[in-house]
Design a protein around this ligand. Structure first.
Ligand code: HEM
Length: 183
């Protein structure tokens, strides 16, 4: 059992990093392989409400874990004496001339892609799923709203799928760091 409190901090940061990854990846897997297929066997109107409610809840989990992944990742680098608050901010091996630095750099870029995708789902596509039909709405308007909702749902599905693939790749890169990086 480690006596050094610094080691306990490293263990805790790694633990939160891994738990957050498990929540993010597990959530994306459940959406893709459990909820998505199950939705095809219920009536479209109910599937839409279910999709909306589950993505509302999933987004909280996804944002919480994404933020924790970044914070714990950066703190781990700081604890490993690779990142600091004074110029030039990065210490070896965290430079692009080294495999470790290239791997962490790629992980950070892919994390940014996940955050952009999350923002697109949260602020652009998810609001389009909502909306009750107000009295007096024309048939043409109802059809056009419905088409907009289907397009938004399709985009959410595509982005969730892409996030899943990206996270699997980043997890591989993360696992390689202990051995000096993969790129
Ligand atoms: C979705 C994004 C990410 C995933 C899926 C991911 C995954 C992983 C995995 C599987 C590990 C190996 C297990 C472990 O030691 O905990 C790891 C380690 C690590 N990750 Fe992440 N990670 C992500 C983002 C980040 C980011 C953005 C940073 C930096 C800001 C980062 C920094 C680290 C560090 C420093 C380690 C430990 C490396 C070592 O032992 O030398 N991770 N990550």
């Amino acid at each position: 059992m480690p006596d050094d409190p610094q080691i306990w901090i490293q263990i805790l940061l790694g633990y939160i990093h891994d738990l957050s990854i498990a929540v993010y990846l597990g959530g994306a897997v459940a959406m893709e392989f459990v909820l998505g297929p199950a939705q095809t066997s219920i009536p479209p109107a109910q599937a839409q409400v279910m999709g909306q409610k589950t993505s509302d809840r999933f987004l909280w989990l996804a944002w919480g874990s994404l933020i924790l992944i970044l914070i714990t990742g950066a703190l781990r680098l700081e604890r490993l004496d690779m990142l600091n608050v004074t110029w030039p901010f990065f210490e070896s091996p965290l430079s692009l001339s080294e495999s470790y630095g290239r791997t962490v750099g790629t992980m950070f870029v892919l994390w940014c892609v996940l955050a952009i995708n999350g923002a697109l789902v949260t602020f652009r596509f998810r609001p389009r799923l909502a909306g009750k039909i107000a009295p007096g709405t024309s048939a043409a308007q109802v059809t056009s709203n419905q088409a907009g909702r289907i397009a938004a749902a399709t985009w959410i599905q595509r982005l969730t799928r892409a996030d899943l693939a990206i996270t699997v790749v980043v997890a591989l890169l993360g696992a390689s760091l202990k051995w000096g990086g993969l790129l």
